[in-house]
Design a protein around this ligand. Structure first.
Ligand code: MTE
Length: 322
């Protein structure tokens, strides 16, 4: 299936044994909260990188206004059921195969249509921004979803610092290319490095964030350490992981899944229950962790953010610009 007809992941079922009971999650959360209250957070700007696979607590404040009021999925669900083809195509591959990946030290190359360009350390990229917790639902194009308490900063805040020129109509992102640490990059299941892009107004929208953590701690490798994109009204594949490149462009940049299967994955990738994928429906989604059989519920237009983002696409034919 992967060789013949590529798709962002397979539909492997999550095992019952992978799901943490809610009671365990609550006590874990209380513990984390206590640790943060005691100030066992990172020093300086409230962020610290880890030298190994272990994650580090972060200091952050919750953005309740921009967070869903829904109970997040368990840490277990979020960190063991992943799509990260650089570590393999199975849902369990990223957690199993990402132990050798080193997310520190990290730097990001900023290039293209901006007054300030160059290579910046991750600390530099994040400098001056307070970390926020945002609870968003990640809706994968495979028609499943999870609720994730991300920690990050608005992408707009980061981008503005580089002073994009008036020619900057798009922003392109690139994942690190390290076949020695990322075994999936030794196969040609996708063209490497993974690339993604947004129109500049989408990138500057207040809902769009760069995430550095989840559940109060730095990102585990399998979730895109140390820096990834989250655009909550788009399918999950727009959320490019382990970012090392940010480029301001005049033209729409190429994107990995569109290169791989242009008839199936477009540049916009807005969650839209009325436009089916050519091979399966997008009308409903399986909410992972929602009970024994994982409930299938109707998918919402723009993943529930129609009021906030519909104006970005006014006048566009969303069947054509999928
Ligand atoms: N980024 C890179 N570099 N490589 C990938 O394979 N998969 C995407 C996206 N970002 C992917 C990626 C897909 S298809 C999804 S659904 C989300 O990551 C999954 O994020 P999660 O594993 O943290 O839930």
């Amino acid at each position: 299936m992967l060789i013949k007809r590529p798709r962002p992941g397979d539909s492997a079922r999550i095992q019952a044994s992978e799901i943490t009971p809610e009671s365990a999650y609550v006590s874990r959360r209380e513990l984390l909260g206590a640790a943060l209250a005691l100030g066992i957070g990172a020093a300086g700007m409230g962020f610290s990188l880890r030298a190994d696979a272990a994650t580090t607590p972060l200091k952050f404040s919750r953005n309740a206004r921009l967070s869903l009021q829904e109970e997040p999925n368990s840490y277990e669900d979020i960190t063991t059921y992943n799509n990260f083809y650089e570590f393999g195509t199975g849902k369990g591959d990223p957690v199993a195969n990402s132990g050798k990946f080193k997310p520190t030290p990290w730097s990001v190359k900023v290039s293209g249509e901006a007054e300030i360009t160059g290579t910046f350390t991750l600390e530099d990229v994040l400098k001056g921004h307070a970390l926020e917790e945002r609870v968003y639902r990640l809706r994968c194009v495979e028609a499943w979803s999870m609720v994730i308490p991300w920690i990050g900063i608005p992408l707009a805040a980061v981008l503005k610092r580089f002073k994009p020129t008036s020619n900057a109509r798009y922003v392109a992102f690139e994942t690190v290319h390290r076949p020695a640490e990322m075994p999936g990059q030794r196969s040609n299941v996708l063209k490497w490095p993974y690339v993604e892009g947004l129109r500049i107004d989408e990138a500057m929208h207040p809902l769009t964030i760069l995430a550095v953590g989840l559940y109060g701690k730095t990102l585990p490798n399998q979730n895109g350490a140390p820096l990834r994109l989250i655009v909550p009204w788009k399918y999950g594949f727009k959320g490019i992981k382990s970012i090392v490149g940010i480029r301001f462009t005049e033209r729409e940049p190429p994107t990995s899944w569109n290169i791989s299967a242009p008839d199936e994955y477009g540049f916009y990738a807005n969650v839209n229950p009325t436009v089916d994928h050519p091979r399966w429906s997008q009308a409903r989604e399986r909410q992972i962790g929602a009970g024994f059989l994982s409930a299938r519920v109707p998918t919402q237009m723009f993943n529930g953010y129609e009021k906030e983002v519909a104006q970005l696409y006014r006048g566009m034919d969303l069947r054509r610009y999928y």
